[in-house]
Design a protein around this ligand. Sequence first.
Ligand code: CA
Length: 224
Amino acid sequence: MRLLVIEDEPKTVGYLKKGLEESGFVVDTARTGIDGLHLALTGDYDLLVLDVMLPGLDGWGVVEKLRVHKSTPVLFLSARDALDDRVHGLELGGDDYLVKPFAFVELLARIRTLLRRGPAREAEHLVVGDLEIDVVKRRVRRAGTRIDLTPREFSLLHLLARRRSEVLSRTQIASYVWDMNFDSDTNVVEVAVRRLRAKVDDPFTLKLIHTVRGMGYVLDIQEP
Ligand code: CA
């Protein structure tokens, strides 16, 4: 079992790495949110131990970005123990939340519980107005009518629907849907959105995909 510990405090990192390795895990570490996210996205981890307070991109930002691509279980570590923080962390897609200082045996017990539970499940069914997305079967309907999409169009629609009412920039969309960074050629995104709209919105009175001038696109029942 391979774990990734993302924590900026050297003493805590050392202590966690040593303890977890002694408990039989393979442990990689990262000191910043950016490095941690990069490792989490490119590596193959069974679980992330993620500190909330990190320089630059914080733990919440990491989990939010991670969840677009991966459902690796995440155990948050935090010195904060306000209920709001805990709820926020879990809402963003964390799987458990441990308040510092904690006993190592408790951390170990929580890690083992999460690993037994397996990866967090993504929503299998998304509904926005009369739009229905069956994520498992990759089927889309509007007002009960089946809409055929290419795999890329499906990914794009899935992204917009799962981040409903959030404005996504062309660059964000490009990096999520194409898994690459387009610096200038975000025209690719515009073309893809136009094709998607032709299938998902044009035949219907209620438009769901909206352009936010200078910012990007948003999917919602109402215009932003
Ligand atoms: Ca910290």
